[in-house]
Design a protein around this ligand. Sequence first.
Ligand code: APR
Length: 321
Amino acid sequence: MMTVTAAQCPKAGRVSIIGAGNVGSTLGQRLVEKNLADVVLLDIQSGRPKGLALDLMEARGVERHDRTIIGTDDYGDTQNSDLIVIAAGIARKPGMSRDDLLKINAEIVAKVAKQAIAQSPDALLLVVTNPLDVMTYLAWQASGLPPQRVMGMAGVLDAARFGTFIAMELNVSIMDVNAMVLGGHGDLMVPLPRYSTVSGIPITDLMDTGTIARLIERTRNGGAEIVSLMQAGSAYFAPASSACSMVESILYGRARILPAAVYLNGEYDLKDIFIGVPACLDREGVSRVLELDLLDDEYQALHASATSVRQSIETAQTLIG
Ligand code: APR
């Protein structure tokens, strides 16, 4: 009987995921089981990524895909990656201030970005660690990469949450819903009802303002709602799906327009900041930033969010010296 081995299949992109926690390992699973990329899972805990990778390799016996996944604590194993995803960090623990968390994750993200890019200088960088927009900025600085090759995942997740609540509220298929959320990944994010549609129809034509305000509030609290239900840990299925869609658009040059934390150099009157706006993602990374026509209150809300992101960047830079 003729069998096709992985070696005979078309070459896949190579994605290294730094941080094999819930988000990193679920992203690894999505990438290999969708047959999208070969994956390296790297974590500071050496056994965890190795065990997870072996478990996922054994699942191939059932899932029948051609991709490989390895686990490691050695950056040498990530060499020549096409894309590095940073999902390393720690979650806030009782007694820890926001600044304590900011400092710890800032140090981790800057360090791992440098180490990973040293092994794969031609790679693109996708940041997932929170606080997202701040970590993306710090990873970019530490990596020394051109800003177009660095981006953060949050807008896809926030839009997925908004879209889910829209579909649930209207009792329509999620297939026809496209939501848009701008701004930082936090309380000041800017869901845009005028640019959120069901089969091309803006939701402002389908729902009253009170209902839209309720869905926006639930979207803003999307992460916190899950944390309070789970008690320990935070969301990872939807974050992993969101990162996976960005990886796919990049590796396969699909040029999807997705909301992402990207570097702005004057767009939306903002400079030297990573923040969520719609962008075209392809093989080069961020090939285009799309500037939406904003109403005054939308523009003000985006700028308020940017001010808060900028303050956190400055705090993080002071804390890590
Ligand atoms: N190098 C490599 N891995 C590290 C390092 C480091 N210096 N420091 C921590 N890690 C690893 C941890 O060992 C852990 O396995 O990062 C992983 C984080 O995993 P989880 O605690 O399970 O967190 P997770 O839910 O995956 O979230 C990761 O993504 O969505 C964001 O807010 C979330 O910032 C968080 C990140």
